[in-house]
Design a protein around this ligand. Structure first.
Ligand SMILES: [Zn+2]
Length: 181
């Protein structure tokens, strides 16, 4: 499976709302191959999520998953809609494969209901919580031209991962173990 180039901040696909995929287009071999290639690209980049705009495709599709810990089951999500569940926003370190090396503290809903379609075109409807909820919100934002920097409440936490590792490792989880998608 080919590894796809991941576009970086500045590429217009990261700032363009993605188009829904017609239900009859999901079985298209080209789309199925794209899903496989995105999964391989995400694994190669050691990310936990990857949205189609990050490989230059302005369509409503993302993949995510992680071997863990914590283990996050691998999923393909098409044409998603998110509904935040009640609960206070949580701040955790986040990074993005399209914004290499940087990390920032980003507020996210603790749980979200996810509705959409899987890669067979079957309906999805589930609640993601914790780390999975963070990944889903990050990837969903990519489908709307939004990156995590836009969600930060205070840019003073923006930092290079290697500096965070050196200065935070004694009292906080290593930023390398946080959501990067
Ligand atoms: Zn990202």
């Amino acid at each position: 499976m080919p590894i796809l180039p991941i576009v970086k901040l500045g590429h217009p696909a990261l700032r363009t709302p993605a188009q829904p995929i017609p239900a009859e287009g999901i079985a298209d071999p080209g789309l199925q191959a794209l899903i496989d290639d995105m999964a391989a690209t995400m694994a190669e980049a050691r990310g936990v999520g990857l949205a189609a705009p990050q490989v230059g495709r302005e369509i409503q599709l993302f993949v995510y998953g992680a071997p863990g810990p914590p283990e996050i089951p691998f999923r393909t999500v098409i044409n998603p809609m998110l509904t935040p569940q009640p609960g206070e926003l949580l701040y955790e370190w986040e990074g993005c494969l399209s914004i290499p090396d940087l990390r920032g503290l980003v507020p996210r809903h603790p749980a979200v209901r996810v509705q959409g379609l899987d890669r067979e075109g079957r309906p999805l409807d589930y609640v993601a919580s914790g780390f999975e909820a963070r990944i889903v919100q990050h990837e969903f934002d990519h489908l709307n031209g939004v990156v995590y920097l836009d969600r930060m409440r205070d840019l003073r936490s923006l930092a290079y991962a290697d500096e965070l590792d050196r200065f935070l490792s004694r009292e906080a989880p290593a930023p390398e173990e946080t959501a990067v998608g």
